[in-house]
Design a protein around this ligand. Structure first.
Ligand SMILES: Nc1nc2c(ncn2[C@@H]2O[C@H](COP(=O)(O)OP(=O)(O)OP(=O)(O)O)[C@@H](O)[C@H]2O)c(=O)[nH]1
Length: 271
């Protein structure tokens, strides 16, 4: 018996729900069972039905209306409410065994970087419900092709990695939006870059007084192995399938397989 949970994380609008739908669709096609767990109390309707939906427990709209709070305060309230009612989640998850649960998380990254909501849920899923978990952290490819934005995105991914302490897969989403050769070339530098190249590239566009800071960040990101990104185009089944195979590996779904080196399969020239 094994339970696999995939936490899909990343800033607002990066393509988390689209990826959740794409992976469910792909798994259905190949005859595997998976379900979406919606952890966003403000979620829009999805193509696939949520098997478990936090909005059945509490919704952002109700909290804003009844407690007269703003959207951020209401979101924090919803999660504190969930943490006080984790038995609801236990009951909903019930007996889902031998299948994937894909957790579609809200885009407010402070929920995993500033307040310990997701770390608490993660420990609960691991310790009480025996989940094998991994985090898939999405960043938008068109956003990160500037070095300074890449640093900012990589640091936010690293922060989630350190806080959640889970096997972590970084993904650059919306790769189909990188069309011109110049941008493709720039993006290629970020898939598995040399820190020296990152530093040189930062020097091209950032005020020299930040050189030492950028150098430290590039080395830190490199030391943590954080600069390895897979690429995702949610409409492309092959791209979704590649990410699924990494998830299978890190969650040991497919036993006996050697873990792959991220980026081995990334062929930016094929874009
Ligand atoms: N071109 C392109 N657009 C995409 C891709 N994935 C998602 N989008 C678009 O990006 C927008 C946001 O996608 P969502 O899946 O709602 O993003 P999200 O991260 O779940 O958003 P929040 O729940 O608000 O944090 C939508 O208009 C999607 O159609 C992709 O691979 N390529």
């Amino acid at each position: 018996m094994s339970r696999v949970g995939v936490l899909v994380l990343g800033p607002a609008g990066v393509g988390k729900s689209t990826f959740c739908n794409a992976i469910i669709s792909h798994m259905q096609t190949i005859g595997r069972r998976a379900h979406i767990v919606n952890l966003d109390p403000a979620a829009e309707p999805s193509k696939y039905e949520f098997t478990i939906d936090i909005r059945d427990l509490i919704s952002l709209e109700d909290v804003m209306e009844e407690l007269n709070l703003g959207p951020n305060g209401s979101l924090v309230y919803c999660f504190e409410y969930l943490l006080n009612n984790l038995d609801w989640l236990d009951e909903e998850i019930g007996d889902y065994n031998d299948e994937y649960l894909i957790f579609d998380c809200p885009g407010q990254i402070e929920l995993y970087t500033h307040i310990p909501v997701l770390p608490t849920i993660v420990r609960h899923l691991q310790n009480q419900l025996n989940f094998n978990l991994c985090a898939v952290y999405l960043l938008e490819a068109p956003f990160v092709i500037d070095t300074s934005k890449f640093f900012s995105g990589a640091l936010s991914a690293m922060s989630a990695m350190i806080l959640l302490e889970l096997p972590h897969i970084n993904v650059l989403s919306k790769i189909d939006l990188i069309k011109d050769e110049y941008s493709k070339k720039k993006l290629k530098r970020f898939l598995n870059p040399d820190p020296t190249l990152l530093i040189d590239s930062a020097k091209e566009s950032v005020n020299p007084k930040f050189d030492r800071l950028n150098e430290s960040i590039a080395n830190l990101v490199d030391d943590f192995g954080m600069v390895q990104f897979l690429t995702l185009e949610s409409k492309n089944p092959e791209s979704v399938s590649t990410i699924l195979s990494y998830i299978d590996d890190v969650t040991q779904w497919a036993e006996g397989q050697e873990p792959k080196e991220p980026n081995d399969q990334v062929e930016i020239d094929d874009l």
